[in-house]
Design a protein around this ligand. Structure first.
Ligand code: ZN
Length: 404
């Protein structure tokens, strides 16, 4: 291997947080170097150990800056149309979410606007939100459908999400979330049949998504209905994820674990057995403190239990027009520390290695290791904690996607 080691680009004199498990929680190497070829990392290690054959290629002196893997936002609803900031004012004036939903607001409002939008309009509306994430070092983003709630509108959302990856330097992981809500005025059983028998087969055949998600909650879908959606996903070789235990303990974590879900997300009300089940199944717990904040929730996810049971924890924005209108993964990491008690290393793993695992992409991104994509975030900070301790513009020196 060493004999044909070749690179086309080299970063030297950096402090690397490789996120590779080992003696230090973030796999720190300082001073370190990274070499890439054809967009992939070919060598990572201490600067002094850099193989001689790599010297002489285009070299970037990082002047002691920190480098982490490019950040990964593993749970967003980034593609939608319309705006619901009027609901912000209505809530401030004392109306509840339920009041707003009953008068045609809430998710129904986003569904109306999204159904009326063309694919081009969905792309145009999503670009500024995506841009905000990229500006703080995000290189992989998950995007869910779930605001069409009818076949063509759902597929259009997924196609728009795919287009984003063609016009911006970012990897997009798409998730079909038809089981987000029963469509306004729709028939519950008929809609679920459409999801399981019509849309999932088309999504799989056209490769419009790689995973299927569902909203398992008293106000959304039951355990039986969710299981039916997951069975269909399984028949079509799609992985599953679950919005679970957000508003009450419904046994959602255990349900996700039963289907070996990539991730279970929210989890404020998950109990000890649920945490244990996630640990045994290797399912990632995705924490979404933005929604916790906006909904003024009091119940915090059982972070201690996740640690006890070895559950990998990721942090994501849940970027959506209602309960988490937040286009900053760093802010959500900050909130995961302040509200949920994550340590700074846990927050970083939650935006890198564990987020990659939540997307089934640990083989290609999430850590700085040979063979993975050379997606980097280079930070102008003295201490890594500064990346998330501050709220405001990201102290990002450079964002590298696929080695460029
Ligand atoms: Zn969500």
């Amino acid at each position: 291997m060493q004999a044909d080691l070749k690179a086309d680009r080299l970063w030297r004199n950096a402090r690397l947080a490789t996120m590779v498990p080992g003696a230090s929680p973030l796999g720190v190497i300082e001073p370190g170097a990274i070499a890439a070829r054809g967009g992939r990392i070919v060598w990572v290690g201490p600067d002094r150990d850099l193989p001689g054959e790599l010297a002489g290629v285009e070299t970037i002196d990082c002047a002691g800056r920190w480098i982490t893997p490019g950040l990964i936002d593993c749970h967003t609803h980034l593609v939608f149309a319309g705006d619901r900031s009027d609901e912000f004012e209505r809530r401030l004036a004392g109306e509840s979410y339920a009041d707003i939903a009953h008068s045609g607001g809430g998710i129904a409002a986003t569904v109306r606007a999204t159904r009326a939008a063309t694919e081009d309009e969905l792309v145009a509306a999503a670009l500024p939100r995506l841009g905000a994430l990229l500006a703080e070092g995000v290189t992989t983003v998950e995007i869910k459908s779930g605001y069409g709630l009818e076949t063509e509108a759902e597929l259009r959302q997924l196609r728009a999400a795919g287009r984003l990856a063609q016009i911006r330097p970012v990897e997009v992981a798409r998730t079909y979330l038809g089981a987000h809500a029963v469509p306004p005025g729709g028939n519950r059983a008929a809609y679920l049949r459409e999801v399981c028998e019509e849309v999932i087969p088309r999504v799989a055949a056209q490769r419009l998504a790689e995973a299927v998600d569902a909203f398992h909650e008293t106000i959304a879908f039951t355990a039986e209905e969710t299981a039916a959606v997951f069975e269909s996903a399984r028949r079509h070789d799609l992985r599953v994820k679950l919005h679970a235990d957000q508003l009450k303990d419904n046994g959602g974590a255990a349900l996700a674990a039963r289907f070996a879900a990539l991730s279970a997300d929210h989890l404020e009300y998950t109990n000890e057995e649920g945490a244990a089940a996630l640990g045994s199944a290797g399912t990632v717990a995705v924490l979404l403190p933005g929604a916790y904040y906006v909904l003024k929730e009091q119940q915090r996810p059982p972070v201690e239990a996740f640690r006890r049971h070895g559950v990998p924890m990721a942090v994501a924005t849940d970027l959506n027009p209602g309960t988490s209108p937040i286009a900053s993964l760093r802010l959500c990491a900050h909130m995961a520390c302040t509200f949920f008690g994550l340590t700074v290393p846990e927050a970083f793993l939650g935006m890198t290695r564990h987020a990659a695992q939540a997307l089934g992409r640990l083989g290609s991104v999430g850590t700085l290791e040979p063979g993975k994509w050379c997606d980097l975030a280079i930070w102008d900070v003295e201490h890594l904690a500064q990346v998330i301790a501050w709220i405001g513009p990201a102290p990002l020196h450079a964002r590298v996607w696929r080695g460029k």
